[in-house]
Design a protein around this ligand. Structure first.
Ligand code: COA
Ligand code: MG
Length: 295
């Protein structure tokens, strides 16, 4: 099992300056954006810039995985975006404003054809749907588990477009936390991702200056079962990477739990506590998230 992406940094696809920072970014992945960060009159400029950028990237380099966010399926830009970037063999495509797995299956089929047309490895371009950005989408979240779309890397959620779709003037409650509607779709996304055996990716943290708030909410997200998070500014990346990396203490304990179950028993005692199979599963999960050994 390869380690999940901890940080996905959004980079506006039409900004040569910001693209020039990608190679040295410590993000596990960047999402070169063709959608909301790019104005209508810059769409084709961004598409060409991003395709050239990915095609020109040094594949052997240690930098971030290169993902692209395309425009929504019901826009005139979606097909030109897919057709324009797949030949460059991005690591994956982020799909915004889907209404459910049927939209994602359609994109997966387009990718089947485009990979073949461009000689890109079949199935190599992964998909990360933003699965809560329309009023319909939350009702279909559970259906990803049976949709059988192999390229889906994970599911993520977003509050900004959903609040716009609902005619809401805010997505926060009076306590400054997500209002109940957004907590609800966040939980559904988490459960839908695990039901489908894919990664759950936490949404962005809007206040780019609030490092403590980002760290705390990211640690909480990992504790709840998310394996990574969207970043919107380079200053957020290392904070997110750290929050989604298990500590040495956690790794040491998880290693002991796995060793305790090595003989194949179903229940063991460790440090005076009873552990059964859910604990083993949790320990294996922690080990899957640990950083690669030093070389
Ligand atoms: N990717 C790469 N480089 C970035 C970056 C990003 N997302 N955000 C900022 N930088 C660079 C800036 O170019 C600047 O470089 P410099 O020091 O050489 O001038 C440096 O990091 C510091 O940036 P800063 O001045 O703090 O931010 P800004 O005012 O230039 O930009 C945002 C603020 C929010 C507009 C910017 O972070 C951004 O574009 N974020 C991504 C937006 C996006 O893609 N949204 C869509 C998904 S929600
Ligand atoms: Mg959006």
């Amino acid at each position: 099992m390869s380690r999940p992406v901890r940080s996905f940094l959004f980079v506006p696809g039409d900004s040569e300056k910001k693209l020039s920072k990608v190679a040295t970014s410590t993000a596990d992945a960047v999402i070169l954006d063709l959608e909301d960060a790019v104005s209508a009159n810059r769409k084709s400029v961004a598409r060409e810039l991003v395709a050239e950028f990915i095609a020109g990237a040094d594949r052997g380099r240690p930098g971030p995985q290169l993902w692209v966010r395309v425009n929504p399926l019901d826009s005139e830009h979606a097909l030109p975006d897919l057709a324009g970037v797949v030949g460059a063999a991005p690591a994956g495509v982020v799909v915004p404003k889907i209404n459910g797995p049927a939209d994602v299956a359609r994109i997966a089929h387009y990718l089947d054809a485009l990979e073949t047309a461009h000689g890109v490895d079949p199935g190599s371009v992964r998909l990360l749907p933003v699965a809560t950005e329309t009023a319909r989408a939350p009702f279909r979240l559970g259906d990803f588990a049976d949709a059988g779309i192999d390229r889906v890397y994970g599911l993520t959620w977003g509050a900004e477009d959903l609040s716009a779709a609902l005619g809401a003037s805010t997505n926060l409650g009076s306590d400054g936390q997500w209002a109940v509607t957004y907590q609800f779709v966040r939980s559904l996304t988490l459960m839908a991702a695990h039901a489908a055996s894919v990664e759950a990716v936490e949404t962005l943290y809007v206040d780019i200056r609030d490092e403590a708030g980002l760290a705390e909410s990211s640690r909480r997200a990992r504790a709840e079962g998310f394996s990574g998070r969207i970043a919107i500014h380079p200053a957020q990346v290392d904070v997110i990477n750290e929050a989604f990396t298990p500590s040495a203490t956690e790794i040491e304990f998880a290693t002991r739990v796995v060793e305790a179950f090595a003989s194949g028993v179903g229940t063991v005692a460790l440090d005076g506590r009873m552990l059964d199979l859910p604990h083993l599963k949790q320990a294996q999960r922690v080990l899957a998230l640990q950083p690669p050994a030093c070389q």
